[in-house]
Design a protein around this ligand. Structure first.
Ligand SMILES: NC(=O)c1ccc[n+]([C@@H]2O[C@H](COP(=O)([O-])OP(=O)(O)OC[C@H]3O[C@@H](n4cnc5c(N)ncnc54)[C@H](OP(=O)(O)O)[C@@H]3O)[C@@H](O)[C@H]2O)c1
Length: 281
């Protein structure tokens, strides 16, 4: 199978290089700026294209690795008569294959979303870490096993999900990564009130956060849970609520702590957490 890319950005460069290092044929790159396509082609030992028709003709599969907002438009501008039998993929976590490539089966082509659950921050470096990436696949059932086998053959973990679960899957990813940014920022801001600079607070929190995340992922959130909610220490939680003045921050503390009660109850079925529940109402 020969793979071509439209969109020579971080993901295009990285997947292209990763595939070629794993002996998968890369036809080459088309991009908005020819210079980007040329750079990516040089990096991956493939060819730069100045039009999508030639790239499609030379490829069995095309990855449209442009920003999410551009994927559907780029697909709709592809020459329909060249798509027969081709596999068209995008890498967005949020969009389904059908959303990005509406009515693709009318062109006798196949659509997939192939999402690397991984931060790809560098055109030239990230490919080295892609062997650790988990890939979530969704799309045309007829050929999806081919992508599953290709990626798992390279050592990646792969999961196929249905299109109806794609948004919930993306929300799950956002909760585990983006929402953690909000929690750490809130924590660092409270430490600033105690005389730390923002930088000092991140440094101070680092061992706590890293060790906690390791425990959560190595074991599970219930086993890793410590702190006043788990200990059913109502007075400490009351004091925390009194000292958090910002209403939005207080709401975050309350909502997350309510969720913690159910984890704490699993860890200590013998405890009665009703007073804690009342406090957090
Ligand atoms: N980065 C990540 O961590 C990550 C992780 C998982 C999934 N993804 C997904 O991967 C996709 C690409 O993301 P990215 O991070 O690689 O974005 P990016 O670095 O911004 O690269 C996108 C590239 O697309 C090209 N482009 C933009 N509009 C175009 C058009 N109309 N026609 C042709 N080329 C066009 C641009 O190339 P020029 O240089 O030619 O202007 C740009 O370099 C997105 O769907 C994103 O959701 C990203």
């Amino acid at each position: 199978m020969k793979i071509g890319f439209i969109g020579a950005g971080k993901v295009g460069f990285s997947l292209g290089k990763y595939f070629s290092e794993n002996n998968i044929d890369i036809s080459g790159f088309y991009s908005r700026n020819y210079e980007s396509a040329k750079e990516a082609a040089d990096f991956t030992g493939s060819f730069p294209y100045d039009n999508t028709s030639d790239l499609i003709n030379d490829s069995d599969a095309i990855f449209i690795t442009v920003p999410d907002g551009q994927i559907k438009k780029v697909f709709e501008e592809l020459p329909a008569d060249s798509l027969t039998g081709k596999m068209i993929c995008h890498c967005s976590g949020a969009m389904t294959a059908e959303e990005a490539f509406p009515d693709i089966s009318d062109d006798n082509a196949y659509g997939f979303s192939i999402h690397p659950l991984f931060p790809i921050s560098s055109k030239y470096e990230s490919y080295k870490e892609l062997k650790n990436a988990f890939f979530c696949l969704e799309g045309s059932l007829e050929k999806i096993d081919l992508w599953s086998e290709l990626l798992s053959g390279m050592g990646n973990n792969v999961k196929v999900i249905s299109d109806s679960n794609k948004v919930q899957y993306h929300a799950a990813c956002a909760i585990a990564s983006n929402l953690v940014c909000a929690l750490i920022d809130e924590s660092a801001s409270l430490m600033e009130n105690c005389g730390f600079t923002y930088g000092e607070s991140l440094k101070a929190l680092s061992p706590l956060v890293l060790c906690n995340v390791k425990n959560i992922l190595d074991r599970d959130p219930v086993s890793a849970l410590t702190g006043p909610v788990e200990r059913n220490d109502i007075e400490t939680v009351r004091k925390h609520l009194e000292c958090i003045k910002d209403l939005n921050d207080k709401e975050i503390y309350i909502s997350a702590s309510k969720k913690l009660i159910s984890l704490a109850q699993k860890k200590h079925p013998e405890n009665d957490y009703s007073d804690m529940k009342d406090l957090l109402k």
